[in-house]
Design a protein around this ligand. Structure first.
Ligand SMILES: O=C(O)c1ccccc1NCC(=O)[C@H](O)[C@H](O)COP(=O)(O)O
Length: 379
């Protein structure tokens, strides 16, 4: 058995299967299987690649022994014989576990992306810090007051505010509007009365970018102080991403509680507020809501979509309303909102804002859809 260091963050373990133990093939040089191991926060992933497409039954048996020693709880029906590559995920205690969720996959990919950006001359962390120190970040619209204003604010029965999302694609739906012009779409949202424009900047699953967000900001800039705030909708785990957001024109960022330890959440929350950006803190259950409130979040979004299995339960937001009723917290319902009835229910329950992505991106007439969705008066 050989152990060697591969690319950063990977350990490559070569298993030389000994000829003496391969009864039907002992005269030939034994094939070599490669086991690559990648380690995330909670899991160890083994990927076994066969040296050849065809592998003798006794060699398969050998490999099963090796795997059973390394991962005693692998499923009995693991496809060792038929596949040329087998992946086994083990938790830190050595038990075989479920494959990574989409959130874990996105997190792992984003860590690589951020590492690459940090290493690039011109976007190294110290350079972003220097730009911030020089005051080069554009002016901000504060999130809380902005969320309290919408076209119905002055009416007798003010409606909720809208966070309107630019969403080209998603892990659950695939392509939604891959060729959208984010600047034009943002102007439509702004002119219809959106308080916030949410821009997904994740490239692999959502086909977004920081350029999208920058162009959104540039497009709505001429609207002046009445412009919507810009939200960087991202999978944030590092101050670096918040600095990037600020320099590229965001007024606020998303912090997903499920992705962060409490220490990380508190640190990133403080950093964001320090740059003038009150973040939107996303939760999916009561425990996460307690964590968001513990760091002092003033804008909390309840995601109706479970980011692990994509299921959408519109009652998720409703179930958490009471936790913030007596507090100085703005509550936003995120995901799954399709029509005026969803919004009416949330309004009655005391929800302050809704974040809408897919149904806005698919609307035939965006402006009419927004006015009907929020029951806003005609401008
Ligand atoms: O939308 C997804 O499939 C998704 C999967 C995994 C992580 C995040 C995901 N979406 C991000 C969002 O939070 C939504 O884009 C946002 O709440 C709008 O949702 P919707 O109105 O249902 O498009």
């Amino acid at each position: 058995m050989r152990l060697s260091l591969g690319r950063a963050g990977r350990v490559v373990l070569g298993l030389d299967v000994r000829a003496a133990r391969v009864a039907d093939d002992h005269r030939r040089r034994p094939p070599v299987d490669t086991v690559s191991i990648s380690v995330t926060r909670s899991d160890v992933k083994f990927t076994i690649s066969q040296a050849r497409d065809h592998i003798s039954p006794s060699l398969v048996a050998e490999r099963r022994v090796i795997l059973e020693q390394t991962a005693p709880n692998i499923p009995a029906a693991s496809p060792l014989v038929s596949l040329s590559q087998t992946t086994i995920i083990m938790s830190a205690n050595g038990n075989a576990t479920k494959p990574p969720t989409i959130l874990e996959k996105i997190y792992a990919q984003r860590q690589k992306d951020v590492d690459a950006a940090k290493a690039m001359p011109g976007t190294r962390p110290e350079e972003l810090d220097a730009y911030l120190q020089m005051g080069l970040a554009p002016t901000l619209i504060p999130l809380v007051p902005r969320l309290k204003t919408n076209p119905s604010t002055a009416t007798a029965s003010p409606s909720l505010s809208l966070m309107a999302e630019i969403k080209r694609a998603s892990p659950s739906k695939g392509d939604i509007a891959p060729h959208v012009n984010p600047a034009r779409q943002a102007l439509l949202y702004a002119q219809a009365g959106a308080s916030v424009i949410s821009v997904l900047t994740e490239p692999t699953w959502f086909k977004g970018s920081l350029l999208d967000m920058r162009l959104v900001r540039q497009a709505i800039e001429p609207l002046g102080a009445a412009r919507p705030a810009v939200l960087r909708k991202e999978f944030i785990f590092a101050e670096y991403q918040i600095a990037e957001a600020r320099l590229h024109g965001a007024d606020t960022v998303l912090l997903i509680v499920a992705m962060l330890t409490q220490e990380q959440l508190a640190r990133l929350y403080t950093y964001s507020v320090g740059l003038g950006m009150e973040p939107l803190v996303e939760v999916n259950n009561a425990r996460e809501m307690e964590r968001a409130l513990a760091v002092g979040a003033k804008v909390v979004g309840v995601n109706n979509r479970n980011l692990h299995d994509f299921s959408v339960d519109m009652g998720t937001t409703s179930g958490l309303v009471d936790m913030v009723r007596e507090r100085d917290v703005l509550l936003c319902a995120l995901s799954g909102i399709q029509g005026p009835e969803d919004v009416r229910v949330y309004k009655e329950q005391g929800v302050n804002a809704v974040l809408v992505g897919e149904s806005l991106m698919r609307a035939a007439d965006t402006t009419t859809f927004i006015k009907e969705l929020l029951a806003w008066p005609n401008a």
